[in-house]
Ligand binder design. Structure first.
Ligand code: GNR
Ligand code: NI
Length: 141
């Protein structure tokens, strides 16, 4: 799990899900602390959303799985998430803002979903075409 944190900080990213690094576990890590302030990672195993707000917020999301591609994604503003903590305790966290967006984005990865699954087909195809081009040009693996 600490390898996941290092990968996330190195990226750099504000979140990482185990499947992104070929680990087949329902584990995500997030750290939405800004800039060079102290690291404040949260490690969540088996995260479950126990409540989502009815109101939604739009965030310009990126993903390590789609380098340099961004799109506005609408998600519930607040979520209450139950998870197993690093010390094996059942815990709940109430998240809003970037943390909320990030946890929902990472939880999607656990189910093989990506942020492009939340946007219009037109925008998704634009991003997928750009990715194909980048791959052909050899800029990406
Ligand atoms: O680093 C990341 N930034 C980000 C910005 C807005 C919404 C979601 C994210 S998560 C992303 C890292 C990543 O792709 N994790 O899966
Ligand atoms: Ni991602």
């Amino acid at each position: 799990m600490d390898d996941m944190l290092e990968t996330m900080y190195a990226a750099p990213g504000v979140g990482l899900a185990a499947p992104q690094v070929a680990v087949h576990k329902r584990v995500i890590v997030v750290d939405t602390a800004k800039g060079d302030s102290e690291r404040s990672p949260i490690r969540l195993a088996n995260p479950e959303i126990v409540h989502s707000s009815d109101d939604v917020a739009v965030y310009d999301e990126g993903c390590l799985s789609f380098p340099d591609q961004y799109a506005e994604v609408e998600r519930p503003t607040k979520v209450r998430v139950r998870y197993i903590s690093y010390d094996n305790e059942v815990q709940e966290i109430e998240a809003e803002g970037l943390l909320s967006t990030c946890i929902q984005h990472e939880m999607d990865h656990l189910d093989g979903k990506l942020f492009v699954d939340h946007i219009s087909m037109l925008k998704r195809n634009m991003i997928l075409r750009k990715m194909t081009k980048l791959k052909k040009s050899g800029a990406l693996k």
